[in-house]
Design a protein around this ligand. Structure first.
Ligand SMILES: NC(=O)c1ccc[n+]([C@@H]2O[C@H](COP(=O)([O-])OP(=O)(O)OC[C@H]3O[C@@H](n4cnc5c(N)ncnc54)[C@H](OP(=O)(O)O)[C@@H]3O)[C@@H](O)[C@H]2O)c1
Length: 313
């Protein structure tokens, strides 16, 4: 678990029910921040539940220049759960609005696997990490997955385990090989964008599914930077890549990830699909060493890493 901000531990609210209420209100504050450009200063909710910068309403004080971007205000005691909620999500929200921000998350075993050989991956990590995934869906504009995740998991990609809006769903299926019976295309739960290579024929698109075509590379792949630019141009500047390993690896390899989150569960698969696959390196000096913070999610540990993004790549 991340260390508590100075003084927070001494001001912990007691009582499980009070803490749950407080956590729900803290989450509502984060949701309210979702669509507002955030500046340093006090931040809270007014009596009507709207975002307020009045010092009297303040829950927290934002400091966009600080590493975790917030600190508690003296008048408001916070439970450790709320402190962790702000520690995890405030840094993701306190960013210049309209600028691309790409975060990828994977849940892996102790031995670095995200699925068995047969593709079974539900679930490696526990309930708290599942909820974290839904919180990310609620805070981001778009949730993006690769074709194999749709094929094997048939995810809905909507926000269900916490309060919050559904993101626009984005599927990379460059070859247009996926049938439209998958839920992300067929359930009308939220708009879906299908990213494919220009000129590919495919099944007729249901209402609510839109095709975006890209000039593919000679090997048939779509350029990660072009994807980020196209989504940002549509107002989808906060992009959450939910998997799988191949898709996350391509964005990381091409310098298009701002943040990489890996949740490690105390589970050993011993075989199966590795989380990340990047170009081979010879020496440890070539390894990506990332600045990180870690958080306890039930039995699992979330490692939240900053990545040096290269938008000019
Ligand atoms: N533990 C977790 O956090 C987690 C999360 C999500 C999924 N999963 C599991 O991970 C497995 C799927 O992951 P995966 O790594 O095999 O596949 P994936 O990342 O879901 O999908 C990879 C496929 O997507 C297409 N694709 C992605 N990026 C592309 C690009 N830039 N250009 C062109 N095509 C692109 C390609 O489709 P084509 O094959 O058509 O070329 C590629 O083979 C499943 O078993 C799933 O259950 C685990």
């Amino acid at each position: 678990m991340a260390p508590l901000p100075e003084g927070a531990a001494a001001r912990v609210t007691t009582g499980a029910a009070t803490e749950q209420l407080e956590l729900a209100a803290a989450w509502r504050l984060l949701l309210a921040c979702r669509s507002t450009p955030l500046e340093s200063g006090p931040l809270g909710l007014d009596h009507g539940g709207a975002l307020s910068r009045a010092p009297g309403d303040a829950w927290i004080s934002l400091d966009t220049a600080a590493p975790r971007a917030w600190r508690p205000v003296r008048a408001r005691p916070l439970s450790p759960a709320s402190v962790q909620l702000f520690d995890i999500y405030v840094p993701l929200l306190a960013r210049p609005s309209g600028e691309s921000f790409v975060l990828a998350h994977l849940g892996q075993s102790l031995d670095g696997r995200i699925a068995t050989h047969s593709g079974d991956s539900q679930w490696i990590t526990g309930d708290a990490d599942l909820e974290h995934g839904h919180r990310l869906r609620a805070l981001f504009d778009a949730v993006l997955v690769g074709a194999r995740t749709v094929e094997l998991d048939d995810p809905r990609l909507t926000t269900r385990l916490c309060e919050g809006p559904n993101p626009v769903r984005v599927v990379i299926d460059a070859r247009r090989r996926l049938p439209m019976r998958h839920r992300v295309f067929a359930d009308a739960g939220a708009p879906t964008l299908l990213l494919a290579a220009a000129g590919r024929e495919g099944p007729r698109l249901p209402t609510g599914v839109e095709l975006i075509e890209f000039q593919a590379e000679p090997d048939g792949s779509l350029c990660a930077r072009a994807i980020v630019e196209a989504l940002t141009a549509r107002g989808l500047s906060r992009i959450f890549i939910e998997g799988g390993g191949d898709t996350v690896s391509r964005f990381l390899q091409q310098g298009q990830l701002d943040r990489l989150q890996i949740t490690v569960a105390p589970v050993v698969l011993g075989s199966g699909q590795t989380a990340l696959n990047l170009a081979p390196i010879d020496t440890l000096s070539e390894a990506l060493r990332l600045r990180s913070a870690s958080f306890r999610l039930g039995e699992d540990v979330l490692v939240d890493c900053e990545v040096a993004v290269d938008r000019e790549a």
